[in-house]
Design a binder for this molecule. Structure first.
Ligand code: TRP
Length: 446
């Protein structure tokens, strides 16, 4: 049997995992959720969610992967053979499949906006209409969805070291430089202060139960938790690396990039007198409008959509790798063939979300279009369920002490002890359960 690939360095792993974590969730979702949830007040709650729920779960996932050196399904099977626990891994593989299908559609919009920026954002354009007509087309969004999936497949075909690690090592520094450039431009605009205070001034009157559940949900999505992505990446980690230290780096980079993204967006939005609107509109409608009014705006727009597309790519490869590692380990497929076939099927599954803005526009699930429906099931049901079952599994089936032995096996700055055990056994499962219950309740009942 071929020996399992390992990241060639600790840095390789950290960048690949940070690349998975840093994505549309940081650059598009985090700034918006923070802005409307009380700014710095939300940031504090988010940091608490990251530390008390995100940290225990990410360490558990990486440990599960490294201990077993397996894909999510294989990992559960190896620790609890002849039990149905492998279904949790199976749920993760399925969720990866589902998320990537629409994540790629949105990433495709972002790629096409790179070219719209190159052609120039013209002042006075109605960007809402432009965006509407872009997504309600068929050929153009389909083309970019296909292009994005193709690139993702090519990276995964090239393997863990030659593909994933190489892309992360090359693109993560580029991503950081672009973002810093955009932040400097935004905060030096005349009138940027109002945006900064909207984004960062704590407004405790906006805090409600919803704020807490938003913070936990954001922590989960942004750290790529609940579907085995970190199990899979952990399975390629060498025994000499300390898991908790690595987790702190991944979390630190992810949070830094999210906060910086807000600093790049809000000062510009306010400086040019736009309003911080909700949802995809902020990035695809408001921002081009802002850029059209700015000197060199099209150039900064080009940088922004390049940044967004790069962040999406390094996340997408982690989603595809989960599914590919499963069929390679468990079904004995060859990696290249697996990447191509699975990538193609995911491409097909992504077509209904595109059609949801045109011929399937009659579709509605609780008032949501196809893309939002995929997203709703993934974020409100499958990811929290996966995370809940994974933390229960690590704490009570594998047992917290065995899991912690794996995490502590290589010397590092952090040694997990009783405090961690408490978070993993009680706080993380309880926190996740509360957001699931709350989300289902608010959607179906109140
Ligand atoms: N974390 C990514 C983001 O913030 C999205 C993502 C990639 C993800 N892989 C994942 C989310 C696995 C959940 C599970 O955009």
């Amino acid at each position: 049997m071929k020996k399992r690939e390992n990241w060639t360095s600790n840095v390789g792993f950290i960048l690949a995992a940070a690349g998975s974590a840093i994505g549309l969730g940081n650059i598009w979702r985090f700034p918006y959720v923070t802005g409307t949830n009380g700014g710095a007040a939300f940031l504090l709650i988010f940091l608490a969610a990251i530390i008390f729920i995100g940290f225990p779960v990410i360490v558990a996932e990486i440990s599960l992967g490294r201990n077993t050196a397996k894909n999510p399904v294989g990992a559960f099977k190896k620790i609890a053979p002849d039990t149905p626990w492998w279904v949790v891994g199976g749920l993760g593989v399925f969720t990866g499949f589902l998320i990537l299908s629409y994540y790629s559609v949105v990433a495709g919009w972002s790629m096409s906006y790179i070219f719209k920026a190159i052609n120039g954002f013209t002042p006075g354009t109605d960007f809402a209409t432009l965006f509407g007509s872009h997504i309600s087309g068929f050929g153009v969004p389909l083309f970019w969805h296909a292009a994005f999936m193709l690139i993702t497949v090519l990276v995964i075909r090239a393997g863990v070291v030659g593909g994933i690690q190489k892309v992360a090592k090359t693109l993560m520094p580029v991503l950081f430089l672009i973002l810093i450039t955009l932040v400097i431009r935004a905060v030096t605009l005349p009138g940027a202060g109002e945006g900064l205070s909207f984004y960062l001034k704590p407004d405790f009157s906006k805090i409600s139960i919803q704020t807490f559940t938003d913070a936990i949900a954001q922590a989960f999505f942004t750290l790529s938790l609940g579907m085995g992505a970190m199990i899979t990446y952990g399975s390629y980690l060498s025994k000499d690396d300390n898991i908790s230290d690595n987790a702190v780096y991944i979390i630190g980079f992810d949070t830094l990039i999210a906060v910086l993204a807000g600093l790049a967006i809000f000062p510009a939005v306010f400086a040019l007198g736009f309003s911080p609107s909700a949802g995809p509109g902020l990035v695809f409608i408001t921002l081009p409008g802002v850029l059209a009014e700015m000197p060199l705006g099209s150039f900064f727009g080009f940088l922004f959509f390049l940044l967004l597309s790069i962040s999406a790519l390094t996340s997408a490869i982690s989603l595809l790798e989960v599914v590919v590692s499963y069929v390679v380990d468990e079904k004995g497929w060859e990696r290249k063939k697996a990447a191509q076939i699975i990538g193609f099927i995911i491409f097909i599954v992504g077509i209904p979300p595109i059609l949801g803005y045109s011929s399937l526009s009659g579709f509605s699930f609780l008032g949501m279009d196809v893309l939002d429906t995929y997203d709703w099931f993934a974020n409100n049901i499958f990811l929290p369920l996966g995370g809940l079952l994974t933390s229960i599994f690590a704490a009570y089936v594998w047992k917290a002490k065995n899991m912690m032995k794996e995490a502590n096996s290589a010397p590092g700055k952090i040694t997990l002890g009783k405090g961690y055990e408490f978070l993993l056994k009680y706080i993380a499962p309880a926190g996740i359960l509360i957001i699931m219950a709350f989300n289902i309740w608010t959607t179906f009942v109140g």
